[in-house]
Design a protein around this ligand. Sequence first.
Ligand SMILES: [Zn+2]
Length: 420
Amino acid sequence: MSVRTKTSLELFRLKKTLNTLAKKEGRGTELISMYVPPGKQISDAINMLRDEYGTASNIKSTTTRKNVMDAIVKVQQRLKLYKEPPPNGLVIFCGAIPQNGPGSERIETYEIEPPEPIRVYLYRCDARFHTEYLQEMLREKEVYGILLVDASEATLATLQGRRLEIIRNLNSGVPGKTRAGGQSARRYERLRDMRLQEYFTRVGQHANEAFLPLENFKGLILGGPGPTKLDFEKGDYLNYMLKDKILDVIDTAYVEEQGVKEVVEKAPEIMRKIRYIEEKKVMQQFLYEIGHDTGLVTYGEEDVRRALQAGAVRILLLSDELAMSRVTLKCNACGYQEQRTVKNQELVSLQQSLSGQPCPKCKAPALAVAETQDLIDDLAQIAEYTNAEVEVISGETEEGQMLKNSFGGVAAILRFKMQG
Ligand SMILES: [Zn+2]
């Protein structure tokens, strides 16, 4: 994976995988998590596993011992396929997972190339998989700038994941609104205004220097008590590139560290809001095309699939609440195949209904489910072949609900019109 911003789909997939893995439980302490960071020698990792294999031979329970040793061997085999770790390192989860009650364990192996370089080198054998380092990483990627301003001072900070860093605190030097006796009111006002502008300019310069060069800089949150922050925002104090990246303007009671903490408390909400805005934008684009009858949209699984296969899709919109699967049925007698889309909750009943059903081609009662794939992954795969963008849209905005309820959760903005 190269260095580029993760798409909503990649993040959705990784999150989904990690959530699934985090829920898996071993019968005993027998699930292995192995993190190999970039730059580490694969041979070191394999040697470490050899030692662990030796230690595992002392485990009392026969089943646990066998499961742990099997898992270690599996991880070693996977590692041997690499000359060196991939650019961001490698994470392997492996262990015996009960499939259907006790005694039904089967070794499952998951190999993940992290979206960013991992720093930890670790081996864990536990009753669960240690996914938290990767989950943390998903949260930690982006950097947000925080800028609090009022007439007396300003604070600049960055927030990355849960890491908060105060960069600078500036004093305005602007005198208060009430003047000392003897000065002319107008002169005082003008002086104060000048000082305020100087101060805003200074704040702007510091903000430009602090935030613009940041890697993975997602945007700026502007805050402070009262209307000063709005005056600051309106003026030309921030570089236009930074101004473009103001994500939100919020009220805080304080301007100092305490104010920054107020922002951090609201941060998850702010970030959700930002993603909502992105989702709303792309959905509104879709609705615009529909409303103006441009012919550059389509929706519903079948039509979208056809458009995807024709390479006509520019942006594929998928509701993250789809909960559907693409199932491949195969006849074990004649090899006949067909694909169907079913709701996830109907997978079991589909399987049951197949027994005894005749194959449409050879009439033998030999139909079985050969493959099941999440519908989102299935469609996204076709999108990837044709370089379509994929947006996984949450159901948490009105537009997201509309995608799910009015358009079957699958829609597309097209590159060109499709022939009727
Ligand atoms: Zn058949």
